[in-house]
Design a protein. Structure first.
Length: 278
């Protein structure tokens, strides 16, 4: 009887181990904190291409005397030629990065309503500055500077929004249902939310991480040629508004800040690249 019992016990333990092995092989990567990522991206059609658009060298007017304290003084800034993504980085783009590198995914079972944000042609959200920086570097690119982002949004014109100087709540994906999107839209859905250089979603859809550390009074002592922000700081700068913000936050000169490890469904990014290399 003892031998039968021991044999049965060995078989039972082996069965439990086989279940554990299967579980290990079939589960997806874990995020910090142990939440198993199970969310798959949806498909609205073919993945949207996201080319880098050339922004020519030259001066533009950065900041605004009509904006917040941190947008002043308005001044002329020279920026070297660079390229920037025409669209915000999509779920499809970022998912390729996660598969290739094993980097943590942006989704989690703990994130409510994530199904409203994960079409492959919606912008990736719930990514920190550190995640965004890692993605751009993986592509041999980088996050744009504040100056580059603002020039790409307004061009050489002094305009408050990519379409002009009049607030138009339905011209971009802002808070509220009137624009047709309660959450993020597919990138490039708003033809009015397109800069003079043809860069989409610079006013709305998601807030975008840029390279610079944030300093409220930086413009008062920043260089007027290729400013790159303070050398250090506590928070990183965000540009543009999100689906959960008012048009006021989507002005081309508006500045926001957040800790670099923060993640949220309102935050995304796009990449840039120096024409002659970094």
């Amino acid at each position: 009887m003892d031998k039968i019992f021991i044999r049965a016990w060995i078989l039972f333990v082996a069965f439990l181990c086989s279940i554990a092995v299967i579980a290990i092989r079939t589960t997806t990567p874990k995020e910090e904190g142990g939440d198993v990522v199970t969310q798959k991206i949806k498909s609205s059609g073919e993945p949207k291409e996201n080319p880098l658009i050339l922004i020519p060298q030259g001066e533009f007017t950065m900041g605004s005397e009509e904006g917040g304290f941190d947008e002043k003084p308005e001044r002329r800034v020279y920026v070297d030629s660079f390229k920037i993504n025409q669209f915000e980085v999509t779920q499809y783009n970022y998912n390729e990065f996660v598969r290739a590198t094993g980097h943590r995914p942006p989704s989690s079972r703990a994130l409510k309503n994530y199904g409203n944000f994960n079409d492959q042609n919606q912008p990736v959200v719930f990514v920190s500055w550190e995640d965004a920086d890692a993605y751009c570097r993986w592509r041999s690119e980088r996050l744009p500077t504040e100056a580059e982002w603002e020039k790409a949004a307004k061009g050489e014109q002094t305009i408050a929004w990519p379409w002009g100087n009049e607030s138009k709540p339905v011209f971009a994906n802002f808070i509220g249902p009137d624009d047709g999107y309660p959450y993020t839209s597919l990138v490039g859905s708003f033809e009015h939310d397109k800069s003079p250089y043809g860069i989409y979603d610079m006013a709305g859809n998601v807030r975008e991480w840029v390279a610079d550390w944030y300093e409220e009074q930086y413009y008062r002592h920043a260089p007027n040629r290729n400013p790159k922000g303070p050398e250090q700081g506590e928070m990183k700068t965000l540009r543009g508004a999100s689906w959960n913000d008012s048009p006021l936050s989507g002005r081309t000169s508006a500045r926001m800040k957040m800790f670099p490890d923060y993640r949220d469904t309102t935050l995304g990014f796009r990449c840039a690249k120096s024409v002659d290399g970094d």
